[in-house]
Write a protein that binds this ligand. Structure first.
Ligand code: BGC
Length: 321
């Protein structure tokens, strides 16, 4: 008897199990963690703390995060990366834009696919990105020039080095830098503006060429993260470390080492960790249907010998780290 009934029991049980299973997977799908993806301009150590903040916030809110970086700072590569992410139907993307117009169509495509898109670090103002989280770049470029003027006593020849000429964040910094010199120190001349495409080795080469071409150069100002490390390597190699004023954006470890040793005069540290952290929070807000402000200023800190060993602790306090 028992044996006879067994198959029936089993089939009823498995039918029950199957229904249960179906329900469970539906529930699991709706409760599945959101997937948010960070897309930097390309592979670069500058973005490491951005992704740290992104990951830490994801841990707090229970979302899944990924990082997708193109090899080089090239618009078609960044577009391709975003297209691949769209095809996977993720929930949100945070982009550091390499270009404004060049990203308009792909961001539009993401929005049409129902994906929330924001920019961090570098905005794409013409695009449909919901917000920009990062430095107010024109003002930061202006502040950098003010600091440089103090060191140069209002006179000298400056070369600007920039990592790519397409991104609005860098062009805005340059604009602010130029405006400040015009307004406050017309005797400081910008004698060159070089593009090194976000590459450290190219920065070294460009610095060497600048030293050759401009024998009276007094200062180098970098609007991108690789400039201080690259230029300080070139200056040291030529025995000119500390003799040419060097300053610029970001606090990569070699820049901080340069400040400690006197090859770099100051840097403008952006709040990269905060950019990543807020990217998760704002994408979550967008997914919950909350409106986002047009931009969110994360602020900058000027770092020199006085605060080089303490500023990081101060920045991290905000996040209880
Ligand atoms: C900029 C980033 C850029 C990085 C490396 C930073 O100053 O904010 O947009 O990717 O430098 O060039």
């Amino acid at each position: 008897m028992r044996k006879k009934f067994l198959p029936v029991v089993i089939s009823v049980a498995s039918a029950l199990a199957m229904t249960g299973c179906g329900k469970k997977s539906e529930e699991a799908a709706s409760a599945a963690p959101r997937i948010l993806v960070m897309v930097p301009k390309g592979v670069h150590p500058y973005y490491e703390p951005c992704y740290e903040g992104f990951k830490d916030a994801a841990g707090k809110y229970g979302v899944k995060v990924e990082y997708r970086a193109a090899k080089a700072f090239e618009v078609p590569q960044q577009v391709e990366i975003i297209e691949n992410i769209i095809a996977r139907r993720v929930d949100g993307i945070a982009i550091s834009a390499l270009d404004d117009q060049g990203l308009v169509p792909v961001i539009e495509e993401a929005v049409r696919a129902g994906i929330k898109v924001i920019t961090f670090d570098a905005p794409a103002p013409s695009s449909k990105a919901l917000t920009y989280i990062g430095t107010m770049n024109e003002a930061a470029g202006y502040a950098g020039a003010e600091e440089l003027i103090k060191i140069l006593n209002g006179e000298g020849e400056v070369a600007v080095i920039q990592g790519g000429l397409g991104a609005p964040n860098l062009n805005d910094r340059f604009k602010g830098f130029v405006r400040c010199l015009k307004e406050k120190a017309p005797n400081i001349k910008i004698v060159a503006r070089e593009d090194e495409q976000g590459k450290m080795d190219l920065t070294v080469n460009k610095t060497e060429a600048l030293l050759q071409a401009h024998p009276n150069l007094t200062a180098i100002f970098g609007v991108s993260a690789e400039v201080c490390p690259g230029a300080s390597a070139a200056l040291k190699q030529q025995g000119r470390g500390g003799k040419i004023i060097l300053a610029g954006f970001d606090d990569l470890p070699d820049t901080l080492a340069g400040i400690r040793s006197g090859v770099v005069n100051f840097c403008i540290a952006q709040r990269t960790y905060k950019m990543g952290w807020l990217s998760v929070e704002k994408l979550r807000d967008a997914l919950e249907g909350k409106p986002l402000p047009k931009e969110i200023d994360t602020g900058v800190v000027i770092i020199n010998k006085d605060n080089v060993d303490t500023y990081m602790q101060d920045m991290k306090k905000e996040f209880g780290k």
